[in-house]
Design a protein around this ligand. Structure first.
Ligand SMILES: [Fe+2]
Length: 565
């Protein structure tokens, strides 16, 4: 078991190991951080002096209407002069959105060009450049396709927990390059990246460099088709905005949610007959899993930032940050979607899970079950896509909840985990999602800590899930000065769990929306195929087999979602 998993039992390690190692050398984190901060400052000055406006980390996202608008986003090593996109005869000026990282003090230059007035279902070529683009004679160029209009077939793909191919970073792994290539191999209209993008917050003194490796890896696909992200717990960084999302928000321009003060955190968009809804579960989950200083040394930001040392035992816990604004928006959005006769499907992406039975990862969270699952029932959400646990798991369609199905891990007392209730436990391969919502765990992108090991109740042999029903805030461990965050406090028999992939923690889900149905009169359907990368686990937890990154993605399972029209 790699020690850099996303699990609460080890999530303190990525930060603490760096600190402990620095401490073992007699210098302490203070000195280590100061040295790396000085190096970052030198590098920053060098780049700023060069004024290098060469575009990199180029990626697309949908504009407010995917049939007519996209946003081209990128970064450059220094400030760009007249950053712009050329498309057809047009030159679209980019807005800049620079920020200064709150730990390293490095200034990051990002650019966003909103391209509107496009035709539906059309392919466009574009180029990205600036007056101080080193490649100005032959600037970066690519093509993309706008969304089709009307009730027409299309394909999208999804995974989360991608990381970068640079093994130097905590939780990064070379599989993430193959994962990006896998997206390209399926040629989807767009990709949903369901949170924990690059784990920059586990590499706190070098966050901009981690983001850079992430962006340049993704460019292979994201310059050719929109990649639509949601925030995960690892997008939350110390000293970077009220929810720690400044790095994320500076890099993505996402559809407008029209909620003042909360742009980019959650949004929706329409493609064909599908309403896609992307939410930030950090706002509702009990689990404390964002930026954290385990100790024993504090995390000391570079002097130029003006920020004081962050003391051991400090975590950035943002539950409730929108004070209900996100949930109110979610209900408005779902209600409007279900009222709209041109919407067949509602698909939600969020990072954390309402229904995950990973044994070594995080598990499920009561916060989502309390605040959002009743809305998913009320408005018949068809499908929920999550990351967070680095594996693949599919639920049966669920509706409503069983009360009193959980047990407190410490005391054995009965706990109400609001266990999602399956509407069928027959794994027929065809599921009517007007009767219940299917949850998919797709935290199978590219990070180096696969979690394809699942819970079992040793008493009755049933599948078992861990559930957070309260906040696991930092507590002192048995090591002096070192804090830890506990694993989930409750367990339940996972009666809702239909399929779990024990052969690998890596894969990609491919969704083919077939709005006219599939020879099934009166129904519309989505064919879902999960492809997995067998052998990519550094060590498979079931077999103990050692593996390595692989480009081979083969079919794990195919099933079909249907609903009456
Ligand atoms: Fe996560």
């Amino acid at each position: 078991m790699p020690d850099h998993s996303d699990s609460p039992r080890s999530s303190r390690l990525p930060v603490s190991r760096r600190q402990v190692l620095a401490g073992a050398g007699g210098t302490g984190l203070l000195a280590a951080t100061a040295n790396s901060a000085k190096a970052a400052t030198r590098a920053r000055r060098t780049r700023a002096a060069a004024g290098d406006g060469t575009p990199e980390q180029i990626h697309l996202s949908w504009g407010d209407n995917p049939a007519s608008s996209v946003v081209v986003s990128w970064a450059s090593p220094g400030q760009a002069v007249r950053a712009r996109v050329r498309i057809g005869q047009r030159a679209v000026p980019a807005e800049s959105r620079p920020y200064t990282d709150g730990i390293s003090g490095e200034t990051v230059w990002t650019y966003h060009a909103r391209v509107g007035g496009l035709r539906p279902g059309a392919t466009y070529a574009y180029a990205v450049t600036a007056d101080n683009d080193a490649n100005a004679a032959d600037p970066f160029s690519a093509t993309f396709r706008t969304a089709p209009a009307g009730r027409v077939p299309f394909r999208f793909t999804s995974f989360g927990d991608l990381a970068t191919p640079n093994d130097a970073w905590v939780l990064s792994y070379r599989q993430s390059a193959y994962a990006v290539e896998a997206v390209e191999s399926f040629q989807p209209l767009f990709h949903l990246l369901n949170g924990d993008l690059c784990y920059a917050n586990l590499n706190p003194t070098t966050q901009p460099q981690v983001w850079r490796d992430f962006g340049n890896n993704n460019q292979t696909s994201a310059a050719n088709r929109p990649w639509m992200p949601c925030p995960g717990n690892h997008e939350i960084e110390f000293n970077n905005g009220p929810q720690g999302l400044t790095s994320y928000l500076a890099r993505y321009t996402l559809p407008d949610n029209r909620v003042p003060g909360f742009g980019g955190r959650w949004y929706s968009f329409r493609v064909g007959s599908v309403l896609f809804v992307s939410v930030d579960a950090d706002d509702v989950v009990y689990q404390d899993a964002a930026a954290f200083v385990a100790g024993p040394a504090p995390l000391t930001p570079a002097a130029g930032t003006g920020h004081p040392p962050i003391q051991p035992g400090t975590s950035f816990y943002v539950r409730g940050y929108s004070h209900g604004a996100q949930t109110a928006w979610l209900e408005r959005t779902l209600a409007a979607g279900r009222r709209d006769d041109s919407v067949d499907w509602i698909i939600v992406q969020m990072h954390q899970c309402a229904a995950s039975s990973s044994a070594t990862g995080n598990g499920s969270d009561l916060g989502i079950r309390q605040q959002w699952l009743p809305l998913f029932d009320k408005y018949q959400v068809d499908l929920v896509l999550n990351g967070h646990d680095h594996d693949y798991e599919r639920s049966f369609p669920v509706r409503g909840a069983d009360t009193g199905a959980g047990r407190d891990v410490a005391t054995g007392a009965v706990v109400n985990t609001l266990r999602p209730r399956p509407v069928t436990t027959t794994d027929s391969g065809v599921f009517d999602t007007s009767q219940g919502t299917v949850h998919l765990i797709l935290g199978c992108g590219g990070t180096n800590a696969p979690l394809d090991e699942y819970g079992a109740d040793t008493a009755d042999g049933q599948r078992q899930a861990k559930v957070f029903t309260k906040a696991n805030r930092p507590a002192l461990s048995s090591t002096p000065g070192v804090y830890t965050r506990a694993a989930a406090d409750a367990v339940e028999d996972a009666t809702w769990s239909a399929r779990r992939d024990t052969s690998t923690g890596y894969g990609i889900a491919v969704f083919d929306v077939e709005p006219a149905g599939h020879g099934e009169g009166g129904h519309t359907s989505i064919k879902v195929t999960h492809y997995h990368a067998i052998g990519a686990d550094p060590v498979n937890p079931t077999t103990g087999d050692k593996g390595a990154p692989t480009p081979d993605y083969t079919e794990f399972e195919t099933f079909r979602l249907v609903r009456p029209r």
